[in-house]
Design a protein around this ligand. Sequence first.
Ligand code: WTA
Length: 704
Amino acid sequence: MTSGQEPQVSEAQIAVHWREEEYYQPPAAFIAQANAADPAILQRFSEEHFPGCFTEYADLLSWDAAWHTMLDTSNPPFWKWFVGGRLNACHNCVDRHLPTSRNKAALIWVPEPETEDTKAITYQELYRRVNEFAAMLRGFAGLQSGDRVTFHLPMVPELPVSMLACARLGVIHSEVFGGFSGAACGDRIADSRSHILVTMDGYYRNGDLVDHKAKADEAVQTAGKLGHQVDKVLVWRRHPGRYASKAPMVEGRDFFVDEVLPDYRGQVLAPVSMPAEAPLFLMYTSGTTARPKGCQHSTGGYLAYVAGTSKYYQDIHPQDTYWCAADIGWITGHSYIVYGPLALGASSVMYEGVPTYPDPGRVWRIAERLGVNIFHTAPTTIRMLRKLGPDQPKRYDYHLKHMTTVGEPIEPEVWRWYHEVAGKGEAVIVDTWWQTENGGFLGSTLPALQPMKPGSCGPGVLGVYPVIYDENGDVVPAGSGRAGNICIRNPWPGIFQTVWGQPDRFVEIYYQKYCRNKDSTDWHDWPYFAGDGAVQAADGYFRILGRVDDVINVAGHRLGTKELESASLTVEEIAEAAAVPVMDELRGRAVEMYVALKPGLTPSTDIEDKVTRAIEHEIGKIARPKNVWIVSDMPKTRSGKIMRRVIASISNFADVGDVSTLANPEIVDDIRRHVQSEKLARGDTPRELTPQEADEIKAFGHAE
Ligand code: WTA
């Protein structure tokens, strides 16, 4: 490292060393029944057949009008799919299944309390409920196609009912994860300019009936401060007729859905035929800015993509009982609990609560009781189930043919437990890599045709052609052992259309880095930058290393460092804040905050607690930092930038590297002594980082 220059570690320069994992072959019984068992499918989706190959996905849907242009690239990178086509997403997920499957369970809902019965909602009943709520949204709330409506709903059937009711009307829904705070919900309401908020009074979590309506009041207030008015708050009740919240209902603004809905009993509305390119929903996610980004997903392209990937990668058949244990508040739930499975006419299980409540056998009891044969979850949950109940699966009589992992890199040891113990060695596993922005899977094995390899997601999925570029835009070859930035060379139908209200950010964040020619309307010139580091083995399989931007992935939840830092700065004593990741046995990564106080103030646990509370208030409990460290100053470059990699190294007991070029190198030892001795005193003893983890920490914050 030459002196005078800021130390820089580029992902592309990091050599990645690890043992190659062995392959696992899919069981013969799985292959015999798989939706994609003929290798000809790989050929049909090869690049020479792009984009026409996606006709196969679109043909899984019912269209009101056929498209005339498969892929319109005239305004790059705002790709348009199935232009000229018209369809309705609700019709595709509900109405069209009635003739064959009226009395089949569409949703099977498992409440958290085991004293409450599981509820199966048939396609017929879903049809009735969706129509009535759609009639209420139109009649009572005055919503029309193109309007936005924000939901802040937990894992209850009312959530898919509300989504499908919007889809029926062409209203754009924006569901905010129930665990987010009222303030976070309010920001998203204001950003999407929703005048209607749909929420619930309470829901069960870890045995408690949580007061959720209180968050709605805060959300409306926050939106108000941002100059945006919410006209109506529609409140579903967890137990109709019985109010679970202490928050008063605001006269003229708040309404119980179960009191208004009877006015719409039996009403049926024709599904509104929407252009394929009409937005279906927004899903907010964190990125490099303090302001969350509303990813706008299309109707036709998105629905075709999630139907196709549900069929081939989730291998859903009509007779399967499919359970995706994600939350519908995240993209995984939108695509792989609601839209994908229902478009295929499947039975989709939803669970209200915590996977280990009231004991770590709960998940397997549900699988046994309902005859679940496809199971889908995240590494965080797998780690937790493995830690708390390693032998529980044996005690239950269930048999899975297929399992999914999604949302974070999975450690090979954890993968093996999932396969051998949870899956009883009988199931295939797909490790699916993708993002909120993508609509559906980007990297995965096609389960009957491509063997599994623990820790690797596999190759690009059908019709998706990934590549790894270094910082100069040169391809990092497969098998080179070098990591770089994973990109997708081509558009695909599930890609989001834009960042709601911020088209410039859309281009800047995802396409600018590797665009070859801004004037080109050829998609080859516009690779999609995913923001993940990855390495490709000689066999073409990708191993995803994690984010290369300022995002910390905590238990599969994307948290932006800027969001954490600006939440900390709402505490009046705080002058500066920096968020860094620490390795966490269960959650993958956890957040640690470093804060510096305004001059003259004395550090105290009271101030540390205020920072934690501010983060819970602004974002939600999921973002609660593991530790808040008050430091006298932050390590900074001569130009005044906080060197996050230095404090990240301290938090993880890793080598801080060269600090001689800092403006204040002496501070590093002070911080290290303070933080590490305190951690040891708290029994927070570190384990040695793997080479990949050490590389991740070294690279942290380098995007700035
Ligand atoms: C990470 C979740 C490794 C990745 C669907 C990505 C993964 C971010 C995997 C997106 C996987 C997702 N292996 N890492 N199988 N899947 N990620 O938007 O860093 O909540 O960029 O979408 O999670 O998170 P998001």
